[in-house]
Write a protein that binds this ligand. Structure first.
Ligand SMILES: [Zn+2]
Length: 385
């Protein structure tokens, strides 16, 4: 059983220009609780007093899900997170030689000391706190450094080690495979008789975030990070709705309320100002709309001819649009849906001509517009008699 961590409120707010007001953050958390994600990463309380207040109100809402906060490797950040009452804390610190030397002016031993002190401190304050340690940019850092820091973090009390593909660098089936990376890391832990949970955080710079997350799943990862609409730095991270749907349908991880995703996405889209692309899988406007003539006809006989997912699992409906590609069969199917099957055959061809003309102007005709076209064609026929 894999856990899903939603980071809409933390990573999602790192999308340029995105900020959710406190009441919206709470509304998003309510829906995430209903969807049933396992961990809600509510924010980084040190960033602003408003975020601190929002994390606190989410942590104290009494959700069934685990509420977590982000924290740098600093006791002051840990204090702020614990003040909010969270049960999970994600601590990050880089381990790459180059970054340590040029940015932090430290060596690996110094970095490990700092990481372990903060983890021990957090565990002392709250023994049942779930602690995740992330070596930033894990997959591009020296593997030995990642292992050294992760082992030190686990021995200090970390429960989860997160493998971060911070720049969307991994490509399945190549030497940069997330599957191989996770197996290699697990092997290092096994050799030392350590068994932390392993999480994966995949960025989408190459459009491969979900593919890499599934590669990690295949390697037996315990937690996968995602966010609504895949919001996050640059091209964002794994899209929550796509991940949950694929895990449910294709991997029998049947624990989430997928029917709440559309409401969640509408809310997140409205208040982030980031539109859901019409052709976005699962939640996009066109994800279950059939348009081209042959598709509409075949799908009207049996939807599975042109669908591999049933829209009903998401509480959505299959729709049919007409445009310049539509033929008489699709029009007749659409007419039946709006109780206009008895329309005179000549008029049907007039209606089809109008539909194609609208389609050529780059628009589709939905069922309500089709009624207007029928009215206009009937009117024109009466008028021209
Ligand atoms: Zn990230």
């Amino acid at each position: 059983m894999v856990w899903v961590l939603d980071s809409t409120l933390r990573e999602g707010e790192q999308t340029p220009g995105v900020y959710f007001d406190k009441h919206i953050k709470l509304a998003i958390a309510n829906l995430l609780d209903e969807v049933g994600v396992d961990i809600i990463e509510a924010g980084h309380p040190m960033v602003t007093p408003e975020i601190h207040a929002a994390v606190k109100s989410i942590a104290q809402k009494g959700y069934k899900r685990i509420v977590g906060a982000h924290s740098r490797s600093l006791k002051s950040d840990v204090d702020l997170a614990l003040e909010c009452g969270v049960d999970f804390i994600g601590i990050f610190y880089c381990v790459s030689d180059e970054r340590l030397e040029t940015v932090f002016k430290k060596d690996l031993t110094g970095a490990c000391q700092l990481i372990t002190e903060v983890i021990k401190y957090a565990k002392e304050q709250k023994p049942d706190l779930l602690i995740r340690y992330t070596p930033e940019d894990t997959v591009r850092s020296q593997f030995e450094n990642v292992v050294t820091a992760a082992v030190a973090a686990i021995e200090a009390g970390a429960d989860i080690i997160s493998v971060a593909d911070t720049t969307g660098f991994m490509v399945p089936g190549t030497s940069r495979s997330m599957y191989d990376y996770i197996l290699r890391l697990k092997d290092e832990f096994n050799k030392r008789n350590l068994s932390p949970k392993i999480a994966v955080h995949c960025h989408n710079d190459r459009g491969l975030a979900l593919a890499n997350a599934l590669d990690a799943y295949r390697a037996g990862v315990d937690i996968i990070d995602a966010s609504s609409i895949g919001l996050g730095e640059r091209a964002g991270i794994v899209d929550l709705a796509q991940l949950l749907t694929v895990l449910t349908i294709d991997f029998n991880e049947n624990r989430w309320n997928l029917k709440k995703l559309v409401e969640l996405y509408d809310l997140v889209s409205k208040h982030s100002g980031i539109p859901i692309p019409a052709n976005f899988p699962i939640t996009g406007k066109n994800a279950f709309t059939h348009c081209a003539g042959v598709h509409t006809h075949a799908a009207s006989v049996n939807p599975m001819h042109y669908e591999s997912l049933n829209p009903e699992i998401l509480g959505r409906q299959r729709t049919f649009s007409l445009d310049h590609m539509s033929g008489i069969a699709s029009l007749r199917y659409a007419l039946a849906l709006i109780d206009e099957s008895s329309l005179d055959e000549n008029l049907q061809y007039d209606v089809l001509r109008e539909v194609k003309s609208v389609g050529q102007r780059g628009r589709t005709v939905d069922l309500s517009e089709l009624k207007h076209i029928i009215d206009a064609v009937k009117h024109h026929q009466t008028y021209s008699k």
